[in-house]
Ligand binder design. Structure first.
Ligand code: PGA
Length: 256
């Protein structure tokens, strides 16, 4: 039996379409960075809106690192309004969320999600494959939904590239709410086991425990530690709470 190694917990901040000004973005980033130096058990990645990435990259980054909330699936061609992985990479945004439910809901297909994942992996960056059911049914069809999202998202990704993959389980029904609407740690634990099973069926010879599985959806200082400890998550993808620098630092400290 391969044991799970003690690794740094990964906390990714998804700022979504906020804050409204670069000044606020800079303040938030700098505040979190100043507190993060004591949090040795965490790897913290901030995903600002694309517009702020290169300017934040001019600031001191360490011990934080930068990520992006989305990426286009092609690197060349005429694609108005799109940003490709090489651009993100050149601004040090080397961790990229792919298939976030808020982007899927605009029509992003599993096929496009997979193209993006493959493109991020080819570039040498790290892809965060976001998955999660819209609702839970008594027949547990949501399990096959999640399985499908993992299988189609990782199609063509070879075992040797698994170190560039993070899975973020974000049930849509739990996103953007107060912490009491997050998944329970017990239900999360079951889902984490299920995701590992799906991954181990896909990659029979890999050490599945080396693929981080994060949880996202109404995470807050109050529930973060339990979701990680009892839910057995390798980290969290934090949305609205990451926009409040004080609440976010509180969350980070409790996890650390
Ligand atoms: P939330 O968002 O923390 O605001 O629920 C999580 C996400 O959408 O990534």
């Amino acid at each position: 039996m391969i044991k799970k190694k003690q690794k740094k917990k990964i906390i990714i901040a998804n700022w979504k379409m906020a804050p409204q000004s670069f000044e606020e973005a800079k303040n938030n980033f700098s505040h979190v960075r100043s507190k993060a130096k004591d949090l040795k058990k965490l790897e913290i990645v901030i995903c600002p809106p694309d517009l702020y990435i290169s300017a934040i990259n001019q600031l001191k980054l360490k011990p934080l690192s930068l990520g992006a909330q989305n990426v286009f699936e092609e690197n060349t061609g005429t694609h108005t309004g799109q940003i490709n992985i090489e651009m993100l990479k050149s601004s040090n945004a080397s961790t990229v969320l792919v298939g976030h439910s808020e982007i899927r809901s605009l029509g992003e297909s599993d096929e496009v999600v997979n193209k993006k994942i493959q493109n991020v992996v080819r570039s040498g960056c790290r892809a965060v494959l976001c998955i999660g059911e819209k609702e839970r049914d008594n027949e547990a069809d949501y399990l096959s939904f999640v399985k499908n999202q993992i299988e189609s998202g990782l199609k063509g990704v070879q075992q040797k590239n698994l170190s560039q993959i993070i899975i973020a389980y974000e049930p849509v029904w739990a996103i953007g709410k107060k912490e009491e609407f997050a998944i329970t740690p017990e239900d999360l634990h079951q889902m984490v086991i299920y995701i590992r099973k799906v991954l181990s069926d896909l990659y029979k010879r890999a050490n599945i425990f080396s693929i981080p599985i994060l949880y996202g959806g109404s995470t807050a200082p109050e529930n973060a530690k339990d979701l990680i400890e009892k839910g057995d998550a390798d980290g969290l993808l934090v949305g609205h709470v990451s926009l409040n620098q004080y609440a976010f630092v509180d969350l980070l400290k409790r996890v650390n």
